[in-house]
Design a binder for this molecule. Structure first.
Ligand code: SF4
Length: 90
């Protein structure tokens, strides 16, 4: 086995082990910034999750648990449908 193939195999094995360790999943809201028109509706609807940062972009505040109902309202009222849920490992 060449050194490159061996390194690749080791990296794959490490990634698989890392994936096995993080088995807890959580739902996190995501804003597609390329589509966001910065209308502010999500911030008004759900300020505990969405905020306008200093650079002028909407960002999702890091929380341990996201309020599902409030985020779903922001998703519903976003005029360009650029907010969605994503499942992430924790
Ligand atoms: S509601 Fe949608 S378009 Fe408006 S600021 Fe929030 S993410 Fe952007």
């Amino acid at each position: 086995m060449s050194p490159i193939n061996r390194a690749s195999k080791i990296a794959s094995s490490m990634a698989a082990k890392s994936e096995k360790r993080s088995t807890n999943k959580m739902q996190v809201p995501i804003v597609e910034l390329s589509e966001c028109i910065v209308c502010g509706v999500c911030v008004e609807t759900c300020p505990q999750v969405f905020r306008l940062n200093d650079a002028g972009y909407i960002e999702v505040i890091e929380l341990a648990v996201y309020p599902e109902s409030d985020v779903n309202d922001a998703i519903k009222y976003c005029p360009v449908d650029c907010i969605h849920w994503d499942t992430q490992s924790v």
